[in-house]
Design a protein around this ligand. Structure first.
Ligand code: PLP
Ligand code: COI
Length: 341
């Protein structure tokens, strides 16, 4: 396979149309067999449930070229499980077991010329999603659905790559108590658009959302969970039932304990504690681990001791170990890496 002529190292986190995408339709209570197609356009009713009532859920994972030259994906079974719980929450059908991972593998294989080569810093982002496609005008779930997977080669989510970013404490909430913050539904991201545009206008890279019930505890950002490191090298990560259960965060907790021998606390984190942490990072598929250098709460600045130039030392060890596992430099726990080609 000949790679596409792309300047891989200068890719940002944007959409690049690739050759093939996977489509499967659900109708009359059953999924069809699914197929790879070339058409990137979707035609549907003006009254489709997704367009009127935002009935859509999605996932995000990446394909990597390893040091050995293989194409692999990272823990797709967990994306499959999460899509299942997101779909259930929005009254959408689930895919039969195995179909999700199979569709992801087929789509990555069909676009292998777009998987960035090892060492370029870029990866192939994979976006599986599902939406209610038939006309619905009363508020109720659709009866017809489409599941699709597309891919796009990407670079770092934040422009500076591994440079620490500055975030603000948002005045808006992205989730409601007992709402949908714990699933990956488009509606949560629609909720965050005004907040992110506001943050960018004010010169910040991202928002820190606090818990919507009391606004005293740290939740997450618009697209990543938080990881903090205490001055005595403990890893602390917020536990909440209104944040997305990040696969990266769950993997990093394992890496911290089992590979690096660090103590980890998954617990409620009060905003008042943040000033005492030594390091802060945002973790997610897109973000990997993006270091945070400064957190601003209505003019009150918290400057992390790790500074604005480099990742903190513990964050760096976590980053190096996780990406080492993903890129085949470090042996992975059983089942984490699925070979595509
Ligand atoms: N939180 C939000 C709101 C996200 O959109 C994402 C991205 O998927 C994450 C956290 C990180 O989750 P994961 O590590 O599974 O990509
Ligand atoms: C991901 O990390 O996969 C996400 O969906 C986050 C999004 C902000 C791009």
């Amino acid at each position: 396979m000949e790679k596409k002529d792309i300047d891989w190292s200068s890719l940002g986190f944007g959409y690049v149309k690739t050759d093939k995408r996977y489509v499967s339709n659900y109708k009359d209570g059953a999924w069809d067999d699914g197929a790879l197609i070339t058409d990137d356009m979707i035609t549907m009713s003006e009254c489709a449930c997704v367009l009127q009532y935002a009935q859509t859920v999605f996932e995000g994972l990446k394909a990597y070229t390893t040091e050995q030259g293989k194409i692999v994906i990272f823990r797709p079974d967990l994306n499959s499980d999460r899509l299942e719980s997101s779909a259930a929450r929005l009254e959408m059908p689930v895919l039969p077991k195995g179909r999700f991972v199979d569709a992801v593998i087929q789509t990555v294989k069909a676009n292998d010329a777009y998987v960035p080569p090892y060492g370029t810093g870029a990866t192939l982002y994979v976006r599986p999603y599902m939406f209610g496609s038939n006309a619905v005008i009363g508020v109720k779930p659709a009866t017809e659905y489409q599941f699709r997977v597309f891919t796009t080669p990407v670079g770092p989510y934040f422009k500076g790559g591994a440079k620490p970013i500055t975030i603000k404490v948002s005045d808006f909430d992205r989730a409601a108590p007992h709402g949908t913050g714990n699933i990956k539904a488009g509606l949560n991201y629609a909720m965050s658009l005004h907040a992110i545009v506001t943050a960018h206008k004010e010169g910040f890279d991202e928002n820190m959302y606090l818990d919507p019930g009391t606004r005293t505890k740290v939740e997450e950002t618009g697209g990543a969970n938080f990881l903090f490191v205490t001055k005595d090298n403990k890893v602390v990560t917020p536990k909440s039932n209104s944040i997305l259960p990040s696969i990266t965060r769950r993997s990093l907790v394992y890496v911290a304990k089992e590979y690096l021998g660090l103590e980890v606390e998954e617990r409620e984190v009060y905003f008042d504690e943040v000033k005492d942490f030594a390091e802060c990072g945002l973790c997610g598929t897109a973000a990997v681990i993006s270091p945070v250098g400064k957190i601003v709460d209505h003019g009150n600045e918290i400057c992390l001791p790790s500074g604005m130039n480099d990742m903190g030392p513990v964050t760096k060890r976590l980053y190096d170990t996780l990406t080492g596992i993903q890129m085949g430099r470090i042996e992975a726990p059983k089942g984490w890496i699925v070979e595509v080609e």
